[in-house]
Design a protein around this ligand. Structure first.
Ligand code: TXE
Length: 480
């Protein structure tokens, strides 16, 4: 049994209470490791270490901080296969996905912000004959980063990298459901000689460790990715403490396919935007709207392709879908399929748990599912399911599809398939979301603002948006 440790003050240490929590391998439905059941005491130790490290870390030059981050990125890159196997074992996703997406993106996050900080300038405002203003953008101090289980290392580093690059010290909490690569990151930080206390990783439950991070008055900013409900809880605590808040929450993203689309491209990309990572990406297009002239043709091709998608154990090179992340999450997703039937939907393919042979028989697998015939305002079409389940709905006019697309509490991402450029611009402008992909999905430029509106969150990550979040601007005026 592997026992993970916290990473506090540069050391790998057990929790003060020496209590641990089971960590499951979702592909087999079995416990395979133990993580610290840390408490406020462990968080307080981490904050202490971070505060002690802050003068040194923020006092380094940007290029010295950058060098540490590049070193960490290079070590992860040199151990890519090991990290990918660990990510897949922890999350249930296909190894191929972890090795092509999750881990390379974790490396890119570190390298991107290690270099972005070198180009991050601030402003000066000259007042003729009066004086000059200059803006200092200084690190905040100790910041908290809390991340979810769907893209563990990818989203963990997406927060930590800009925070460190900007000169902050970090108390970070990975999801208790997928802690492994965060633990491996601690080992890499030690190997890279990252000064003690600069990054502290505390494992444990959200309502204990996450809550303690949110409540600690010496943590001045919280960057969170996870469920909207949890985001509300965190905001309720942090706002009255006047902490800076970055919340990347849920999504229920529309995928709008016009009759003039490039049919084959729309079909193959829709397979990915529907079921990649078992549909456990906040950017997945789970509500598919198809213009009526091609509705039957697209439906037939999409159902056939989906029915052929192989659900298998994560190390199977042919696996298109692996296991979903946990038993409770599998049950939540299956319950939404039952709800869809109660609401009048027809399951065209999938709709049930998959039971594999042998050692994977107790794993958490769900067949990719397409449902039609639902009203756009029913719960299945309004609530985030976060699994391999999509609905398809025909539409006749642009006005009708925009009404349906914009009808949920969320506003994270949207996709639009059309060869008519004027319409692409017009529809993109009308969609209530923070991100729109036209004739594509999940094309990511790390310089761009990333985040959503309405219940999908507050603030933006990415590029200089993230560096602005993790710094405090100070304007200094000098009289001439
Ligand atoms: O999120 P949680 P989970 C959505 C998706 C999913 C739902 C729950 O719908 O079904 O969120 O997913 C910590 N104070 N997304 O379980 O519970 C928790 O320990 C402070 C969308 O991942 O919000 C974990 O580290 N922290 C999302 C992190 O918050 C708390 C991606 C996320 O956990 C806490 C994943 C508390 N009271 C899920 N309670 C996206 N936008 O990508 C929990 N945590």
């Amino acid at each position: 049994m592997i026992y993970l440790k916290n990473y506090i003050g540069g050391e790998l240490v057990g929790p003060v209470n020496n209590e641990h929590i089971d960590n499951y391998d979702p592909s087999r439905g079995q416990v395979y490791s133990q993580i610290p059941d840390s408490t406020k005491e462990d968080v307080d130790k981490a904050v202490e270490a971070a505060e002690k490290a802050f003068p040194l870390w923020s006092g380094l030059s940007k290029s010295e901080r950058s060098d540490y981050m590049i070193k960490i990125a290079n070590i992860i890159e040199s151990r890519l296969d090991e990290f990918a196997a660990a990510e897949s074992l922890d999350n249930g996703k296909p190894v191929s996905l972890a090795s092509h997406v999750d881990i390379p993106r974790g490396v890119s996050n570190l390298k991107f912000f290690a270099t972005a900080i070198l180009h991050y300038a601030s402003e000066s405002h000259y007042m003729e004959g009066v004086g000059v203003n200059y803006t200092l953008r200084k690190p905040i101090g100790v910041v908290g980063c809390i991340s979810p289980w769907n893209l563990p290392l990818y989203l963990f580093t997406w927060k930590i990298a800009p925070a460190l690059a900007a000169g902050n010290c970090v108390v970070a909490k990975p999801s208790e459901i997928t802690p492994m690569t965060a633990f491996m990151l601690s080992e890499v930080c030690k190997e890279a000689g990252l000064p003690e206390g600069v990054l502290n990783i505390v494992h444990g439950l959200g309502h204990k460790v996450g809550d303690a991070i949110t409540r600690n008055p010496r943590i001045k900013a919280i960057s969170f990715t996870g469920g909207t409900t949890t985001g509300e809880t965190i905001a309720g605590i942090a706002a009255p403490m006047f902490k800076k808040l970055s919340l990347e929450l849920g999504g229920k993203n529309p995928n709008i396919i016009f009759a003039d689309c490039d049919f084959d491209k729309a079909l193959s990309t829709t397979m990915r935007s529907s079921f990649a990572n078992q549909g456990q990406i906040c950017l997945c297009g789970s509500r598919i709207f198809i213009e009526r002239p091609i509705y039957e043709k697209f439906k037939e091709a999409f159902v056939a392709k989906t029915a052929r998608a192989k659900v298998s154990y994560p190390s199977d090179p042919e696996a298109k879908l692996g296991a979903v992340v946990s038993k409770p999450h599998m049950e939540k997703v299956l319950s939404y399929i039952e709800l869809a039937k109660e609401e009048g939907g027809t399951v065209l393919t999938g709709g049930e748990q998959v039971v594999l042979e042998g050692e994977y028989a107790s794993g958490y697998y769900i067949r990719p599912t397409i449902i039609e015939g639902l009203d756009y305002q029913c719960r299945t079409n309004q609530e985030e399911i976060f699994g391999p389940v999509v609905t398809i709905t025909p539409f006749d006019t642009e006005e009708e599809v925009l009404t349906m697309a914009n009808s949920t509490q969320y506003g994270l991402a949207a996709t639009v398939w059309t060869e008519n450029l004027t319409r692409a611009h017009r529809v993109a402008d009308e969609l209530h979301s923070g991100i729109v992909w036209v004739n594509s999905w999940l094309v990511r430029d790390l310089r761009t603002p990333f985040g959503g509106v309405k219940s999908s969150g507050v603030g933006r990550e990415g590029g200089f948006e993230a560096l602005r979040f993790f710094t405090e601007p100070k304007n200094v005026f000098i009289k001439s």
